[in-house]
Design a protein around this ligand. Structure first.
Ligand code: MLT
Length: 408
């Protein structure tokens, strides 16, 4: 086979979290006696809530009886789950959408990685820097990156987010076809307020730019003035797609369920001016390439939107929020500059003495047996930072912070 996708040949190294896992594996092989603590990948540590386990058991039993067995489901998800999401996530916040504008999937990562298939090969993509690597890598894999040099792709428009601009991306000077926004942000843990988000929606409407809004961490928002959904901004349903996940809010990192909102009002044009509905395009894509999230998982997801489910999930969330508070305080007590962590499970930590992200990662792993995520893995503007997650247990988070303070 000679005619492969040559864009893969230009991809740098491996996927960030695979490289982190590889280094941790090597370290553990060399130091089997050490208890390595991970504040690295954003993987949850608490077990699934009782309401979710009960729903799973019930759905498994249904699958074992001829009268309730289910085979192929609707590719875009069962109505019971789409309705529950619509009611809880959108109508309750005053956002008018329709249930069939919500597409259920196996997670926000796959959806956001796949969605770029709908864009032309020459589409100009704007990304914040630092950024969740899936947005960048998936576009580069489809040939929209150009050449990779000094940590950046030549055809991608980068919007630096640094301490100098409070990690708020500025509106681009040249028009992109698509911009990816993430709030609460992975990796910086900072949020876009209503005014900032409204400015982006206005920009998108004026410039015919599509916004891909990644809201996987919205449950961590503690201040009601901060939008949970981009559709809280009037007119956003004409310019934005929103990605959501049950991974961090309901502990589904292993179970897998996410959802993507593609409003019917969203229009897009081919290079020769032919107008298409992005909703219809995504439906077509999903029906062709996907057979839907498993029934038992969708029943489990539905339980996350019931009264007992909500109460149990809020308890879990508060454990992670308390961890984030503890991390922010401990880092600042150590004299370090730390950002995010208030409306987010991520603390964005400036490395002491501006050492490189990977050097600090290696130092913490070698000397403290603590895993973080190197900021430079999220983009050039992440150099000199590392990301810590609040998803470990309170006891291990405390211990990791004590170890870090000892080796600084
Ligand atoms: C992260 O650590 O950034 C996330 O867990 C990765 C993901 O959601 O895929």
């Amino acid at each position: 086979m000679r005619s492969i996708n040559s864009a893969y040949a230009g991809l740098p190294g491996s996927y960030l979290f695979s490289e982190v896992a590889r280094r941790v594996r090597v370290h553990k092989e060399q130091h089997p006696e050490e208890n390595v603590i991970s504040l690295g990948i954003g993987d949850v540590s608490l077990p699934l809530a009782p309401a979710i386990i009960e729903a799973l058991h019930g759905a498994v039993d249904e699958m074992g009886r001829a009268e309730t067995f289910r085979g192929y489901g609707p590719e875009q998800g069962y109505a019971f789950l789409r309705e529950a999401i619509l009611k809880h996530d959108f109508l309750a916040r005053g956002v008018e959408l329709e249930a069939d504008e919500i597409f259920i999937s196996d997670g926000a990562k796959s959806d956001v990685g796949n969605f770029q298939e709908l864009f032309g090969a020459d589409a100009v993509i704007a990304l914040t820097d630092p950024v969740y690597p899936v947005y960048e890598d998936s576009n580069a894999m489809s040939g929209r990156g150009g050449v990779h040099e000094n940590g950046r792709w030549s055809r991608i428009l980068y919007l630096p987010c640094t301490a100098d601009n409070q990690f708020q991306p500025e509106l681009p000077e040249t028009r992109p076809d698509v911009v990816y926004l993430c709030s609460p942000n992975n990796p910086t843990g900072t949020v876009l307020g209503r005014e900032a988000l409204a400015a982006w929606v206005e920009y998108a409407r004026a410039n015919d730019t599509l916004i891909l809004f990644y809201a996987a961490y919205e449950a961590f928002i503690r201040d009601d003035a901060v939008p949970h959904s981009i559709y809280e901004i009037p007119g956003a349903d004409e310019v934005a797609v929103e990605f959501r996940s049950l991974s961090k809010t309901a502990g589904f990192t292993g179970l897998r369920c996410g959802y993507t909102v593609v409003p019917k009002k969203l229009r897009a044009r081919t290079a020769d001016g032919h107008e298409l509905s992005l909703h219809d395009m995504w439906l077509r894509r999903q029906c062709t390439k996907y057979n839907g999230c498993p029934y038992i998982v969708q029943r489990a997801a539905e339980a996350a939107f019931t009264e007992p489910g909500r109460t149990q999930l809020l308890e879990a969330l508060s454990v992670y929020q308390t961890n984030a508070d503890m991390m922010l305080k401990a880092c600042r007590d150590m004299g370090l500059r730390a950002f995010g962590g208030v409306h987010s499970p991520y603390v964005w930590l400036e490395t002491p003495g501006h050492v490189s992200s990977w050097s600090f990662f290696d130092h913490l792993l070698e000397k403290a047996a603590v895993v973080c995520t190197p900021g430079s893995g999220f983009g050039a503007s992440g150099e000199g930072y590392v990301r810590l997650t609040a998803f470990n247990t309170p006891a291990l988070t405390r211990e990791a912070l004590e170890r870090i303070s000892r080796v600084l």
